[in-house]
Write a new protein. Structure first.
Length: 294
């Protein structure tokens, strides 16, 4: 039997905030590459995960949740979604089946159809009884569009999704070395893990305008990586929340983040955090670019 042709291309993971895009990316890669929290709009930047298999290489783009807003940070995230949807070979549109398709989904699907982009409609969280019982395909789904159900938590349906994605990719050689996992630097991933720890530690107290900037990432001693990072907020009142009484909150953020970074790097980590009030950082386009939100 003739050997099957190798396929390679870009797969955009698209959907509303909390649709399960980052959790699916991590499941597909078998590594925690994208941060995941219960809070909406956790993903702020385009993250590329590279899934290499003998028959195909999938360049998986995790994208921010699409939503309408005129704030500069939200506009930057919306531009990332638009760029990903325009530049992908295949689009996987993730939907919470309990909520069905909204006008935002229909607008996205219409744009993908106009561009001739091969698209899959994917119901997430099928391990949850309410999601599993919800009608699928949803009302208003484009006729003839392939639909699947998956659970990134349990892995149910994920291999079927991979097979469907691979079948739609163009024939071609790998686009990245097969041992690459992402195009993002370890510095960026460490900053994201600190931000995730802040989200988890602060929960509803967390100011939305919070970012993390790694100022030092020293791997000269492979047995102990030294990282220094600043947690950015916009106001002194927010800084007091993040620092906490006697520095207790930022200390807990650091401990939580250090465990995740050590797992990512596979070595011990010394992590030092500072909190800085930087007014209007989330409203300055050049600052957003410097922080990787572009």
């Amino acid at each position: 039997m003739a050997e099957r042709a190798h396929r390679a291309g870009v797969v955009a993971l698209l959907g509303r905030p909390n649709a399960g895009k980052s959790r699916l990316l991590n499941r597909l890669l078998g590594e925690k590459l994208a941060i995941v929290t219960a809070l909406p709009q956790t993903t702020r930047s385009r993250i590329l995960g590279i899934l290499s298999r003998p028959e195909a290489q999938l360049l998986l783009l995790d994208t921010p949740g699409f939503h309408a807003s005129e704030k500069p940070l939200n506009r930057a995230m919306a531009e990332m979604v638009e760029e990903a949807s325009r530049g992908c070979d295949v689009a996987a549109v993730l939907v919470d089946p309990r909520r069905g398709l909204g006008e935002d989904h229909r607008t996205l699907l219409a744009g993908l159809a106009r561009r001739g982009t091969s698209t899959l409609l994917v119901a997430t969280q099928c391990d949850r009884p309410a999601a599993a019982a919800a009608p699928w395909p949803p009302e208003g789904a484009p006729p003839g569009m392939e639909t699947l159900r998956i659970s990134a938590a349990t892995g149910e349906g994920v291999e079927e999704l991979v097979a469907a994605l691979v079948a739609r990719l163009p024939v071609g050689p790998p686009l990245h070395p097969e041992d690459d996992l992402t195009d993002r630097s370890l510095r960026f991933l460490a900053a994201e893990l600190v931000r995730e720890a802040a989200f988890e530690e602060l929960s509803q107290e967390l100011p939305y305008a919070l970012a993390v900037e790694v100022e030092r990432f020293d791997e000269s001693n492979p047995a102990l990586v030294h990282i220094e990072a600043r947690v950015l907020v916009e106001r002194d009142s927010q800084k007091r929340i993040v620092v906490g009484s006697g520095g207790g909150v930022v200390k807990r953020i650091g401990m939580r983040a250090r465990r995740e970074i050590e797992q990512l790097l596979g070595t011990r980590v010394h992590l030092a955090l500072w909190v800085k009030a930087e007014p209007r950082w989330a409203r300055r386009p050049n600052r957003l670019k410097a922080l990787g939100y572009h």
